[in-house]
Write a protein that binds this ligand. Structure first.
Ligand code: FES
Length: 409
């Protein structure tokens, strides 16, 4: 595929730095159905996957360009039977390798093979400290499996990051979540407040916590930090909606991160392919070096030259680079707009309205998240439990309208 953006862009000067992080999204297939998944909502329309030798070429080209960290993610990367081959190749090239997994598919035999391949690090996702919420949010029964996998990771001597996406249905359990991660032997715990794009945006009204919930969660996290000291590092990823502070998304567009989607499309972030007027190029058609430095997609929002007001005259524009382009598009239908979480944005009222709605709903006891456990309502072709639309191929096709290029996985 050779595609070009129709949007104007200026090639950056001086030349951008090379990518440091390669994120290899090996597959969009996944045994879980998380209703906050960061895969694109239309993932079922992009079901082709690169072959092993094509991924090997990606690893080599990105390393030659300067990438030093390699994350294998998905979907569920353990569904790729060639994962060990790719880890071994990456390790041999000198990358620090990280497996980002739900844990499904990691058994003793696989762990031994990944250890022999040289895998450095595993990031294991949990959804909650309770079986009920874990299984509700993933629409699976994976609670015990995740605990078994955590034990396996420790037995094999890997450093472990436990990642938990935080939202209204689990934020009140944050103390117990921290305690659970500590009991599992995690070196790091990432409490990632939900960022509202992809499936999390679809389900945003179910996920947004109240301000009081958030304040209590931060205070509880600080109490645990004091208790645990250096035994486990806890990262509390800020929720930009509540903080009214745009994040420097991906540490800058085309600045540090290079994401390769399962079908080989190179992206500055995992959801950028939804932005209209921007078509991203495929590693099957051009070298990664050409894509990184020369493509319209990667140059479109580099630096600050693309900005309009209020960003272009903002004293903080170098700090936050105007926030998140995907969020600007999702909320304001304009990817060039200031991120609406910023109080200076003319669209900031959209974020305020969403937050006000949460506070109003919180006063209605029947609307609080976990009280809805066990409900199961069919809604068109989308599967909905407790008002959540789950990530799945059927749901992906139902929520998007373009004709499918290939059969869904
Ligand atoms: Fe795409 Fe922020 S997620 S720019």
């Amino acid at each position: 595929m050779t595609t070009h953006s129709s949007a104007p862009h200026n090639p950056p000067s001086p030349r951008p730095a090379p990518p440091l992080w390669l994120l290899a999204e090996l597959t969009y297939r996944c045994p879980l159905h998380c209703a906050f998944c960061y895969n694109p909502v239309d993932f079922a329309r992009h079901s082709r996957e690169l072959e092993t030798e094509q991924w090997v070429r990606v690893l080599r080209e990105a390393r030659a360009l300067g990438a030093v960290q390699c994350g294998f993610s998905g979907g569920e990367p353990l569904l790729r039977e060639d994962l060990e081959v790719l880890v071994s190749e990456a390790r041999g090239l000198g990358y620090y390798t990280n497996l980002i997994t739900s844990g499904v598919g990691l058994n003793e035999a696989r762990a031994q093979r990944l250890k022999a391949a040289g895998l450095d690090h595993i990031q294991l996702s949990f959804q909650d400290s309770t079986r009920e919420v874990n299984d509700l949010l993933t629409n699976t029964h994976t609670w015990q499996l995740k605990h078994r996998v955590a034990a396996l990771i420790k037995q094999h001597g890997w450093p472990m990051v436990v990642n938990v996406v935080i939202h209204r249905l689990n934020i009140d359990h944050i103390g117990r979540i921290i305690e659970m991660a500590h009991e599992l032997g995690a070196e790091y715990l990432e409490l990632a407040n939900t960022q509202y794009y992809s499936w999390a945006h679809v389900n945003r009204d179910q996920w947004l916590p109240t301000r009081a919930q958030l304040q209590e969660a931060e205070a509880e996290t600080d109490r645990w930090r004091s208790t645990l000291g250096d035994k486990m590092r806890i990262f509390f990823v800020s929720p930009d909606y509540h903080e009214a502070k745009p994040k420097k998304c991906m540490n800058g567009w085309g600045n540090v991160f290079l994401t390769i989607a399962p079908d080989g499309v190179a992206l500055p972030c995992h959801t950028a392919r939804m932005l209209p007027g921007l078509a991203f190029e495929n590693v099957l058609d051009r070298s990664i070096e050409q894509i990184w430095y020369e493509s319209a997609g990667f140059n479109r929002y580099r630096g600050t030259g693309w900005m309009k007001e209020p960003c272009s005259s903002c004293p903080d524009k170098e700090k936050d680079l105007g926030g998140c382009r995907c969020q600007a598009y999702l909320l304001a239908q304009d990817a060039e707009a200031a991120d609406p979480v910023c109080p200076k944005s003319p669209h900031h009222g959209l974020v305020q309205a969403a937050l006000e709605q949460v506070e109003t709903r919180a006063l209605q006891p029947q609307a609080s998240g976990c009280s809805a456990l066990g409900q199961n309502q069919p809604h068109g072709t989308a599967q909905i439990h407790a008002g959540l639309i789950y990530r799945g191929p059927k749901e992906s096709l139902a929520l998007t309208s373009a004709p499918a290029s290939t059969a869904p996985p």
